[in-house]
Design a protein around this ligand. Structure first.
Ligand code: MN
Ligand code: MN
Ligand code: MN
Length: 271
């Protein structure tokens, strides 16, 4: 049975509404899924049961560790848990004050980017730099989103504002206190050396982290071996997921990834 425990809906930056996402994933032969939107569990408010698939409540938290952005997937969480709900509210507040700061900086440059206009573009999803890029295109300030990032939003530009995400240790605690399993998301995508990744995993495990995404979307066998080795070394359960956002990215479709190495403990056996 395929477990796809990492994907996004319109509650964050995915393109499918939660109910449509569930149908779409079920049609692709996945047996167990989790919608893990960025810093929100709102997708689960809009969900009806689809008898053909098991849904594990989840979330993907943005965190900071040693000045870097690290993503932690929380699986099998109780989304009504007060600690988790308060944590998510704090993340939303941090995201909004960052958006406010980006808006102020762009307006100071004479660009027409009031926060409410950018929020209208974002709709139900949380405001981020892609929405500012869209606003800059819509108002004719730049030709396309790429140019918006190059001139105003990318690294070192006025709109490049750091987020005040929760420290990794705190985010792991929110997940654990809600009864969930904290899983380090897409470890190969941080561009870290094995030595750095080990330091991260030491802190993650000390904070109560229990799992690691050994397979995340399409990846080569060497990466799977490398992450499998770290799972064994740190005695972590192994997770699998696509990190699906949209059918427009056909290289990361739900359920399209290699199985776990056989000797690892699948994270879903913990529940
Ligand atoms: Mn995303
Ligand atoms: Mn991520
Ligand atoms: Mn993701």
């Amino acid at each position: 049975m395929i477990h796809d425990l990492h994907m996004h809906s319109t509650a964050s930056d995915g393109s499918l509404a939660p109910a449509d996402l569930v149908d779409y994933v079920a049609e692709r032969g996945v047996g167990v899924m989790s919608i893990t939107d960025h810093d929100t569990t709102a997708a689960y408010d809009a969900l009806n049961a689809n008898g053909s698939i098991t849904i594990v409540p989840g979330v993907e938290l943005s965190t900071t560790w040693m000045g870097r952005g690290i993503h932690i997937v929380g699986l099998n969480v109780d989304r009504n848990n007060t600690t988790l709900a308060n944590g998510l509210a704090a993340q939303a507040k941090a995201r909004r004050s960052r958006a406010k700061l980006i808006s102020n900086r762009l307006e100071k440059l004479g660009l027409d980017c009031p926060l409410d206009a950018v929020e209208a573009i974002a709709g139900s999803s949380a405001v981020g730099r892609p929405h500012f890029a869209q606003r800059l295109v819509d108002t004719g300030a730049v030709k396309n989103p790429q140019a918006a990032f190059r001139k105003y939003l990318g690294a070192g530009k006025p709109g490049d504002v750091r987020n005040c995400w929760a420290p990794l240790e705190l985010a792991v605690r929110w997940i654990s206190e809600s009864g969930g399993t904290a899983v380090l998301a897409h470890p190969a995508k941080y561009g870290m050396t094995n030595q750095k990744l080990r330091l991260l995993l030491e802190d993650f495990v000390a904070a109560g982290g229990r799992g690691i995404e050994v397979v995340c979307g399409p990846q080569d066998a060497a990466t799977t071996r490398r992450l499998g080795m770290l799972a064994r070394e740190f005695d972590l359960a192994a997770s699998t997921g696509s990190d699906f956002h949209t059918p427009a990215q056909p290289w990361a479709l739900p359920g399209s990834f290699d199985p776990l190495p056989r000797d690892l403990t699948p994270v879903w056996t913990l529940w």
